[in-house]
Design a protein around this ligand. Structure first.
Ligand SMILES: [Zn+2]
Length: 343
């Protein structure tokens, strides 16, 4: 079985000067094509989602609003989130291609996969777009795993530096989807949700795990969060598949955030996630691109993820270490352990 890749650059979803641009995807593909990695990976065709797949996670009103805005030639849906005349179709392509990769992983026709798609998804709530996101690609894939492939429990790990308020919103009362997010958290940092005490509601109580780090969290603390909190919590949950919201904006050089991961730290975390999927769900894991706004951190981060998915130890890191010292996150992690592991 091979690793599968989907590539949806959405060139016509573009606004001059906006950080979430097609250039992100072109930087990734330029780098991948300069290596041998693509000869070793199966690329799938672009696939458009059926509206019924989108309505599993979004309201019909939201779908209509995006479609009608695009039919009028596009425009802003909120301060950060733009559309063009083509964005509705391209957002369906991003979700649909993610879903096809999920199908291949669930049917064991692929070993694992990565969806390089945009617009991104994790800020899109059931009834509200936001943060450059139109449809929540990873949420659509999670419901596809359940409704078509019979998965009972889906794990979503969100390593984008921003909290995935959209994914949290969609699954907040649902005990069949465990949502775990490590993100930067603090005054005036987008989107402002993802506090330590947001842990789910009703039957979903305890099935949202937010790890809100202050600025400056780097490799050491991401790894500690994985080993001391995420892995033991996931072991109890026992997922049927692991989906990863892979944002590369937690790299220290990213212009939109102040976390401090290195490319080596990302690669080690990726290896841990893959090993966890091997241990708990026969290696079924799909990485779905979210943010990442520095072209070198983004493109090499994706390359290193593909290396890990193929089982290689190679690391491509032209950026090296941050000059900032790591902040101490002991208190955050001990509070989280009390909250999520003691019952
Ligand atoms: Zn982000």
């Amino acid at each position: 079985m091979n690793t599968v890749l989907g590539y949806v650059p959405s060139l016509e979803h573009s606004q001059p000067g906006h950080p979430e641009s097609p250039q992100r995807m072109l930087a990734i593909m330029d780098l991948l094509e300069s290596t041998n990695i693509l000869s070793d990976i199966s690329q799938v065709d672009i696939n458009t989602t059926q509206i019924e797949q989108i309505t599993r996670v979004h309201s019909e009103a939201l779908i209509r609003r995006i479609r009608q805005t695009c039919e009028r030639g596009g425009g802003h849906l909120d301060a950060d989130t733009y559309t063009t005349a083509d964005s509705f179709k391209l957002a369906l392509d991003a979700s649909g291609t993610t879903t096809i990769l999920l199908d291949l992983v669930m049917e064991s026709e692929a070993r694992n996969g990565m969806a390089l798609v945009r617009p991104p998804g994790h800020h899109a709530e059931r009834d509200r777009v936001g943060g450059f996101c139109l449809f929540n690609n990873i949420a659509v894939a999670a419901r596809q795993a359940q409704e078509v492939h019979g998965a009972e429990r889906v794990l979503i790990v969100d390593i984008d530096v921003h909290h995935g308020n959209g994914t949290q919103d969609i699954f907040y009362d649902d005990p069949t989807v465990l949502y775990v997010s490590i993100h930067q958290f603090g005054y005036f940092f987008y989107p402002g949700t993802g506090a330590i005490n947001e842990i789910g509601t009703g039957p979903g109580h305890g099935y949202t795990v937010n790890i809100p780090f202050p600025p400056g969290a780097g490799d050491q603390w991401y790894l500690a969060a994985f080993n001391d909190l995420i892995r033991p919590r996931v072991k109890v949950f026992s997922p049927d598949v692991v989906l990863v919201s892979a944002g590369f904006d937690a790299h220290w050089i990213d212009p939109l955030a102040s976390a401090a991961l290195t490319l080596g730290g990302y690669s080690n975390l990726t290896a841990k996630l893959i090993e966890m999927a091997d241990d708990f769900c026969s290696g079924k894991i799909l990485f779905v691109l979210e943010g990442g706004y520095h072209p070198i951190a983004l493109s090499h981060g994706v390359l290193n993820t593909l290396y890990r998915l193929k089982g290689y130890d190679d690391l491509s890191d032209p950026l090296g270490l941050s000059s900032r010292p790591e902040q101490d996150m002991t208190n955050v992690l001990s509070t989280l352990r009390d909250l999520h592991l003691l019952n």
